[in-house]
Design a binder for this molecule. Structure first.
Ligand code: LHQ
Length: 261
């Protein structure tokens, strides 16, 4: 894969880190960045050496949403733009067969907040903040915010954050359930890497199926979720990882889920 200037790509110990790289714009997204990120996620999905994907930002921002410098004079409608760029990106993240961590190093605003929320796991630096900034420019939250946020904080808190565009600090985000961990700014990337490596040692096939089951269950009935679990459990149970997990338990040793088959 050839990393482009707007997106840096690095793989260490099975963890592929994709760094949004427009730091002077707080990584505000233009089409080039959005297409590069979606392509890089698909490439990570197809690469057996990658077990976990991390999305983070260069400099002091995570992502300030749509680059407002480039919106006027565009020949696409808002709907066409979302359908061509942000929506495929969010769908790719949630459909990826590997865990996606959003490592929110700094401000996440507008569609950048949506991107932060779309991770399977969200790790924040102490200095990070999230702003559903859309109403400041009289727009509707997009790129999945209307789906993710109320599921995390409930309808009214989501509406409040969207209507007032208040800033959510890392401490508040942890309390609200908008992130799983908060790490010191100074050690953030090392802490994220250590967390991601723990995840990379887990059974990849089982995690892929777990993600599939959870995503289906987010919009299904209990009946349908029970059926999906029964179906996916067969796929997990037939996989070598399951045999390895059971053998390791019986032999009183740690399982090795990183070997090949
Ligand atoms: C930026 C941006 C930015 C360009 C900071 N663009 N330069 C919308 C339209 C169409 C279709 C699809 O979907 C969407 C979805 C959206 O995402 S709408 C929301 C778009 N984003 C915003 O409205 C956020 C605008 N930015 C801000 O409110 C602030 O910059 C935040 C709160 C993010 C950060 O504030 P500060 O920490 O005080 O930083 P700053 O404002 O000083 O920004 C630093 C630089 O980054 C500055 O440039 P400069 O040349 O003055 O140093 C900003 O102009 C630039 N920047 N966001 N979205």
């Amino acid at each position: 894969m050839t990393p482009s200037d707007v997106l840096l790509v690095e793989t260490v110990n099975g963890v592929r880190t994709l760094t949004l790289n427009r730091p002077d714009r707080l990584n505000a997204a233009n089409d080039e960045l959005l297409y590069a990120l979606t392509d890089a996620l698909k490439a990570a999905d197809a690469d057996d050496a990658v077990r976990v994907v991390v999305i983070t930002g260069a400099g002091r921002g995570f992502c300030a949403g749509q680059d407002l410098g480039g919106v006027s004079g565009r020949d696409m409608s808002f709907t066409e733009h979302l359908n061509a760029t942000y929506n495929p990106l969010i769908r790719t993240m949630r459909g990826l067969g590997k865990p996606v961590i959003t490592a929110v190093n700094g401000v996440a605003a507008g569609a950048g907040a949506s991107l932060a929320l779309a991770g399977d796991l969200r790790l924040w630096a102490q200095g990070a903040r999230l702003i559903e900034v859309f109403s400041n420019i009289a727009l509707v939250p997009d790129s999945g915010s209307t789906w993710f946020l109320p599921r995390l904080v409930g309808y009214s808190r989501a509406f409040e954050l969207m209507a007032l565009a208040d800033t959510v600090s890392a401490t508040e985000a942890l309390r609200l359930g908008l992130c799983e961990q908060v790490y010191p700014d100074e050690t953030f990337l090392a802490d994220v890497q250590a967390y991601a490596e723990r995840l990379a040692a887990r059974p990849a096939n089982a995690l892929k199926l777990t993600k599939q089951a959870l995503n289906a269950a987010m919009t299904s009935s209990l009946d349908a979720a029970l059926d999906t679990e029964a179906e996916l459990q067969q796929l997990a149970g037939d996989h070598w990882e399951h045999a390895e997990g059971v053998s390791a338990f019986k032999e009183k040793r740690a399982p090795d889920f990183r070997r090949d088959g």
